[in-house]
Design a protein around this ligand. Structure first.
Ligand code: HSE
Length: 406
């Protein structure tokens, strides 16, 4: 039976306004915004003033409010709001991927302790209903990998640069204007935002809680015109790919740009669209595509969570209960192109298996199998670019050792 839920909203930015709009356009969800807590007192807002408060406790301590909808930017403040809401006996909907990734295990434990759910479909790949599918649809399937495009802004930038020959700076500015990019866009372009989403997805795919600082992220900010030329000449495009997979009792996961063959379905995922490819033992490969950023697409994912609370839905973290022996590891080699200025310190000995090298347009390139940890070290040095090969040919160190002795 549907209830008429009272909502207390935190934040009225891009996603908050999107939620307000979709909530008023839909007749299926019985929910009503009672109050909205915002930070800035002197901002003009498009809805009546009586909705707003500047005091978080007015919402958190209101016994009439059933659900706290947390849509603010600040991950630390969001953590305070979400944990207080749970302690005060309120269900929570949040889209704050950074906060979730940093505190997911604790938030899981708090849900068990206080018996109230936290739903966060809007935090991972915007409008794509991936978390509930991972929880419910794939419950009995053995998922071997999950990968795809987990960030709308960088996909938008790469599309504009490739298809419309716009400059990187111009495309980034537009992504910010359209409300796709984070307030700090380095979180997008350096691959932190898709990493936070991957951390959340890993918990629901493999049941492992991994700390974001343990997951390697390499961004798109070092992609050069020479890389674009190389991609075009070889019928590739470049996408920022987040991936996690299970092998020999371990879970591996990382975010990095990759050359993608034009025949790969991910190549045709453009602009702010995201894509998630799930490989399961029985269902085999399935691809979800949808808008990954923006006011209404993310607002609609948040609305879907509110709607799910109408029928007391809660994540059960089924994979965590099923398969707790899995461990996260970075002990992995990938096939990558490393580009660098002549004075940067990259050498053949950095590779697990060096394959080729050449110089072009004042840059040097080296290609081969290289460890993830080495890539992470390179990603911190100015002047070094990293792009995975189309197949990425991922091998665990164990497998590389076996290859070496064979
Ligand atoms: N900055 C994020 C993106 C917003 O571009 O995907 C949606 O999470």
């Amino acid at each position: 039976m549907k209830k008429n839920l009272k909502l207390g909203l935190f934040g009225f930015g891009c996603v908050g306004q999107g939620l307000y709009h979709v909530l008023h356009e839909t007749h299926g969800v019985k929910g009503e915004i009672k109050k909205i807590c915002v930070k800035h007192k002197n901002k003009t807002r498009p809805i009546p003033e009586h909705f707003f408060t500047f005091d978080k406790n007015e919402i958190l301590n209101d016994p009439e409010i059933d659900i706290i909808v947390e849509l603010i930017d600040d991950a630390n403040a969001a953590y305070e709001i979400v944990t207080t809401a749970l302690k005060n006996g309120k269900a929570v909907v949040t889209a704050n991927k950074k906060m979730l990734a940093e505190h997911l295990e604790e938030i899981y434990n708090l849900q068990q302790k206080y018996g109230k759910p936290v739903l966060y479909e809007g935090a991972v790949c915007g409008s794509i209903p991936i978390l509930r599918n991972l929880e419910e649809y794939y419950d009995n399937d053995l998922i071997s990998s999950i990968e795809g495009i987990f960030n709308g802004s960088t996909n938008y930038i790469l599309t504009k640069v490739f298809d419309e020959k716009k400059s990187y700076e111009e495309a980034l500015k537009k992504a910010q204007e359209l409300g796709f990019a984070e307030s700090d866009p380095t979180l997008d372009v350096k691959g932190y935002d898709p990493k936070y989403k991957l951390v959340i997805a890993i918990a629901h795919t493999f049941g492992v809680f991994v700390k974001p600082e343990d997951v390697i992220n390499i961004g798109i900010d070092r992609i050069s015109n020479l890389d674009l030329k190389f991609a075009q000449e070889n019928n590739y495009t470049i996408k920022l790919i987040a991936r996690a997979f299970k092998q020999d009792g371990k879970v591996y996961g990382f975010v990095a740009p990759q050359f993608i063959e034009n025949t790969n379905p991910l190549a045709s995922v453009r602009n702010e669209f995201n894509a998630v490819q799930v490989k399961g033992a029985f269902a085999e490969t399935q691809l979800f595509i949808g808008k990954g950023a923006g006011s209404y697409p993310t607002g609609s994912a948040v609305l879907s969570d509110i709607s799910a609370l109408n029928y007391d839905y809660t994540y059960e973290y089924k994979k965590h209960h099923q398969d707790t022996d899995l461990e996260f590891s970075n002990d992995l080699s990938v096939e990558a192109y490393i580009s660098f200025d002549h004075d940067s310190k990259v050498s053949i000995s950095d590779f697990v298996e060096f394959q080729s090298g050449y110089a072009s347009g004042g840059k040097q390139y080296m290609f081969g199998k290289i460890s993830l940890n080495k890539l992470q070290a390179f990603s911190k040095i100015e002047g070094i670019g990293i792009i995975l090969s189309p197949k990425a040919v991922v091998a665990t160190s164990q497998a590389v050792k076996q290859l070496a002795v064979a």
